[in-house]
Design a binder for this molecule. Structure first.
Ligand code: SF4
Length: 373
């Protein structure tokens, strides 16, 4: 395992979305959002369960109508992961999903309407221990702020967020988190930096409307990478015009890359060249798919030849270094006598990785038992 200096995280207050802690040093929670019709209960439940299988911590579901609120009640009964209801204006929907056990309300208090409506939602959230997410988005900035600043700027996004924050402050409600998203990386990053210096509550990170799977992942990795490496951010959602399952995988990949949160396998693979002794790309692609169910943190290096193979293998949980017909196999940085047939690389590696994951899980279980007893 490579050593790296730990990131000093910004100090923040703690909220809970269901049982998932956010802020105050809690693991950075990875979120996604369903893109099925919420009224299609089976499709939405299936998508949430697919997200759970890849490790999502929290799922947001849009609830635009009372009909969707009724569907939300049924969905909530069938899934385990905490659910955030995305509500834009209608305070009655917020009250309804609160009754149905929602774990967090994504609603901007300034958009709810008159004081009585705001109070009814905030009082309900307080009574039921439901946190609120304030979500400011450069694409839907208030008209007066557009006119004041001429365009969405970091200061404009901050001012918008603080309007909602001030409402909750005035009502003495502090169980909230805030996002200030933009599709422009620099605008989002600077907005979050400003916000981080103004409030103590947890921050929900995202580059909104980031794009398709590839371009959106790159933008998100740059924007969130900058912020996370500065210690800013307590939960995140990668917004992709793609299957939401990809959002979760990319979110974990960003956290793994920064060594902030480990989950599953961190693959290290060379780009390949004419020196490769086995099919590196085919092996990595196959193993990424086959080993999606592994949650044990492991570094696995798959390198095509001895130029870089031994060096990477030394700092990996399991490493393979391409050789003629047979390839070198390393475990915990130690070269093993056993070698892999290049022809049968994928099956052999899968078996080794699964065995190693089971062993690591077992030793962790024994350690936890010893500590608890
Ligand atoms: S490790 Fe070997 S096979 Fe892989 S890119 Fe480098 S030289 Fe080529």
């Amino acid at each position: 395992m490579h050593n790296s200096a730990p990131i000093n995280r910004r100090k923040s207050t703690r909220i809970y979305v269901g049982k998932v802690p956010i802020g105050d040093g809690a693991p950075i929670a990875v979120q996604s959002m369903t893109n099925t019709r919420t009224t299609d209960v089976d499709a939405t439940v299936n998508q949430i369960q697919a997200l759970e299988r890849v490790g999502v911590d929290i799922v947001r579901v849009s609830v635009p109508t009372m009909e969707a609120a009724e569907a939300f009640r049924l969905i909530k009964q069938r899934v385990n992961v905490p659910l955030v209801a995305d509500i834009h204006f209608d305070y009655r929907i917020a009250l309804k999903v609160a009754e149905y056990g929602v774990d967090c309300l994504r609603i901007n208090p300034g958009n709810i309407g008159n004081e009585a409506r705001i109070r009814s939602v905030v009082d309900c959230a307080r009574d039921k221990n439901i946190p609120i997410r304030i979500g400011v988005n450069a694409g839907s900035l208030e008209r007066d702020l557009q006119e004041k600043y001429g365009e969405p700027t970091p200061q404009a996004l901050l001012e918008s967020a603080m309007r909602h924050v001030d409402i909750l402050d005035r009502l003495n409600f502090d169980q909230f988190k805030v996002s200030v998203k933009a599709s422009d990386v620099f605008l989002a990053v600077e907005s979050y930096r400003l916000l981080a210096s103004r409030i103590d509550q947890p921050l929900h990170l995202g580059i909104t409307e980031a794009g398709g799977a590839r371009s959106g992942s790159v933008k998100s990795a740059i924007g969130l990478g900058l912020l996370l490496s500065e210690g800013i951010g307590d939960t995140l959602r990668i917004s992709l015009a793609a299957d939401p399952v990809e959002e979760v995988k990319v979110g974990f990949d960003i956290l793994k890359s920064l060594r902030i949160r480990a989950r599953g396998i961190n693959f290290i693979a060379c780009p390949t060249c004419s020196r490769q002794e086995f099919d590196v790309i085919g092996t990595v692609n196959a193993l990424e798919q086959r080993l999606e169910d592994i949650v044990t943190p492991m570094d696995i290096s798959i390198i095509g030849c001895v130029v870089n193979g031994p060096g990477e293998a030394l700092v990996s949980t399991i490493g393979v270094t391409g050789g003629h017909n047979k390839s070198g196999f390393y475990e915990d940085g130690v070269r093993q006598r056993e070698r892999f047939d290049n022809e049968n690389m994928i099956d052999q590696l899968e078996a080794k990785i699964r065995a190693k994951a089971a062993m690591l899980d077992e030793s962790k279980r024994i350690t936890v038992n010893l500590i608890e007893n």
